[in-house]
Design a protein around this ligand. Structure first.
Ligand code: PDD
Length: 286
């Protein structure tokens, strides 16, 4: 049984609880982060901590924990649950003032709820899915306008994942005004020649922590990076495509809406970026 962290306490998962009035539960009024663990160490903890602060600020929510303490909790959960490869899920909600109301409760008297738990995933880095590549479908992006904030409002992305599954695919890319925004839980890229193309940062997409690192490594490896919009049709004609996320690193995409990219197997660029990313991030892990 896992040991989880709730509001300052380490508890067996079956003994951990929060209020039924918690605004995370009632209103999806909360933010989250997912940090990966390789070799028992945290990948890009700093990036996730910085984005967490930003998400909280954007929603005028107090941060209940310092960065140093947050690092300690992450490390303690890795230790207690003996995680070599896996994920740490962190959620902070606006808490509960003991009732349901659309207006935010007084931040002076309502403390945020903080929950962390681990997900053990042996073989996360050496994933067969990454060797095979993902098949994706495209769906309309009908999410709200602040996708840069990492909120727990994940119903539509979950529905998108189910639409993909029903179509016999792995995931979905979302399209708005004709252009791809991002995947259900990852950022989206296409490759044409030596050029990596991905949508520029704005409120339309999550500012991926993996995205920042991968684009840095790509530029360091003399690959050309173009941050601009692209359509699903352009993606179908690309040499390669891939996604990035803390939970799947760099994942090649081999099929879009039934159209195979290249020869239908992972190409040259995405597997190379995956390897560079894993090597460099293992070295920098804490
Ligand atoms: N999802 N875009 C969306 C919509 C996401 O949900 C995620 C991450 C990303 C990639 O961000 P990062 O590289 O910081 O993980 C992009 C996490 C992994 C999840 O919901 O499980």
């Amino acid at each position: 049984m896992r040991t989880v962290y709730v509001n300052g306490e380490y508890l067996p998962e079956t003994e951990a609880s929060i209020s039924i009035f918690d605004r995370g539960f009632l209103m999806a009024d909360g933010v989250y982060e997912v940090t990966s663990v390789l070799d028992g160490k945290l990948i890009d903890f700093d990036g996730h901590a910085v984005r967490l602060s930003r998400s909280l600020n954007e929603l005028e929510m107090n941060n209940p924990i310092s960065k140093a303490d947050l690092l300690e909790v992450h490390r303690e959960l890795v230790r207690l649950n003996e995680i070599e490869e896996g994920l740490i899920y962190l959620q902070i909600t606006r808490g509960s003032d003991g009732d349901r109301d659309f207006a935010f409760p007084d931040p002076e008297t309502t403390v945020p709820t903080i929950v962390l738990f681990t997900q053990n995933k042996p073989g996360l880095a050496d994933s067969p899915a990454a060797k095979r590549g993902a098949k994706i479908i495209s769906i309309d992006d009908i999410r709200w306008g602040r996708r840069d904030i990492k909120t727990v409002q994940l119903l539509y992305p979950s529905m998108g994942k189910m639409m993909a599954k029903k179509a016999g695919c792995d995931d979905a890319w979302m399209v708005e005004d004709g252009f791809v925004t991002e995947g259900t839980s990852n950022n989206a890229y296409i490759v044409k020649g030596n050029k990596i193309i991905t949508r520029a940062l704005s409120n339309d997409i999550l500012h991926g922590i993996t995205r920042a690192a991968v684009l840095r490594f790509a530029r360091e490896a003399q690959m050309e990076v173009e941050e601009r919009n692209f359509t699903i049709d352009e993606a179908k004609q690309a040499d390669e495509a891939f996604t990035t996320s803390a939970s799947a690193f760099v994942m090649p995409v081999v099929e879009i809406d039934g159209v195979a990219l290249g020869d239908g197997a992972p190409g040259r660029v995405a597997p190379r970026l995956r390897e560079i990313y894993l090597d460099e991030m293992r070295k920098a892990a804490i």
